[in-house]
Design a protein around this ligand. Structure first.
Ligand code: AMP
Length: 282
């Protein structure tokens, strides 16, 4: 595995790969890798000849009072894991190259139709920061494929819309959410949870499953289902941010005629913000 830090070096390598007529799958991450990330890398190996994984904690996507400074950075361990999983190139860019003029005056990419809802409501710069930096990474690497997790479903749709609206020549592939045995969606931020909280955190996914069962049994009173779920989450000591039953394509509130829906949920639990979702086919 090659570990690369500069745009110049990564582009030399991607040029060589393309000269050999090999395809590239790219997995963007913020590091602190877990099984969820590794499942993306496995998928990347299935679709392309070479796999590039980036590790970059993207300052643009953090709000002022969020955890940019304390976000877990475990580069050495991450590089060992990437090597074990046959990654061809680990790309660890520096902010001085990605954001040479700082981040405040950077040009941004905003996917207006999906930006202001759900996570975007309480995290105003979040998706613009992601779409901007991911587009930049696509422009640097020019991958054939890029792999994203369905755990961050709104992010996945925003990346797909960025790619289709800007005609970026990359195919977006998604991978289902990797979970612990208890059902908790794996996340770098789970490390903020205490032992006691780790035991209770699976209640978020359990609540999603219960809502799914209710809907599958023919109850489409989505507002009431959301309200009951918020009460259950609050009773478990979580502070619900949102719990929305929505259309899977446009993320607008689900209507009676929608057959492909998803419940998107976010809570604050202790020091962590947990998000999760469940897809339902009616
Ligand atoms: P992050 O490092 O948190 O920015 O995530 C990098 C990529 O890994 C994103 O595409 C995430 O959606 C994906 N990811 C994070 N957690 C999981 C998980 N539990 N299962 C599947 N994909 C995940």
């Amino acid at each position: 595995m090659k570990t690369i830090h500069t745009i110049d070096d990564i582009q030399k390598l991607t040029k060589q790969i393309r000269n050999q007529r090999q395809s590239i799958a790219f997995v963007p991450t913020m590091g602190n890798l877990h099984e969820g990330h590794l499942s993306l890398i496995k998928k990347a190996h299935n679709v392309a000849d070479k796999v590039i994984v980036s590790i970059y904690v993207n300052q643009l996507q953090f709000g002022q009072n969020e955890d940019y400074k304390s976000y877990p950075r475990t580069l050495e361990k991450d590089l060992l894991l990437l090597q074990e999983h046959n990654t061809d190139i680990a790309y660890c860019p520096t902010s001085s190259e990605i954001l040479p003029d700082g981040y405040e005056n950077h040009t941004s990419i905003k996917v207006s139709s999906l930006d202001g809802m759900h996570c975007g409501k309480t995290r105003p710069n979040f998706f613009t920061g992601i779409a901007t930096i991911v587009t930049k990474l696509f422009n640097i690497i020019n991958p054939d494929y890029s792999v994203f997790g369905e755990k961050d479903y709104q992010q996945l749709l925003i990346i797909k819309k960025t790619v289709s609206d800007l005609l970026l020549p990359v195919k977006i592939i998604s991978v289902p959410t990797a979970r612990s045995k208890t059902g908790l969606a794996l996340s770098s931020r789970n490390g903020y949870l205490s032992k006691e909280e780790i035991k209770n955190a699976p209640i978020l996914y359990q609540t999603l499953r219960e809502s799914m069962d209710t809907i599958m049994s023919g109850n489409y009173q989505y507002n009431i289902i959301s309200r009951n779920a918020n009460v259950a989450l609050a009773n478990a000591g979580m502070q619900p941010d949102y719990y929305n039953v929505v259309n899977r394509n446009n993320l607008l509130p689900a209507t009676d005629s929608d057959t492909k829906i998803i419940i998107l949920a976010a809570v604050t639990f202790g020091k962590a913000r947990l998000i999760d979702n469940i897809q339902i086919d009616l």
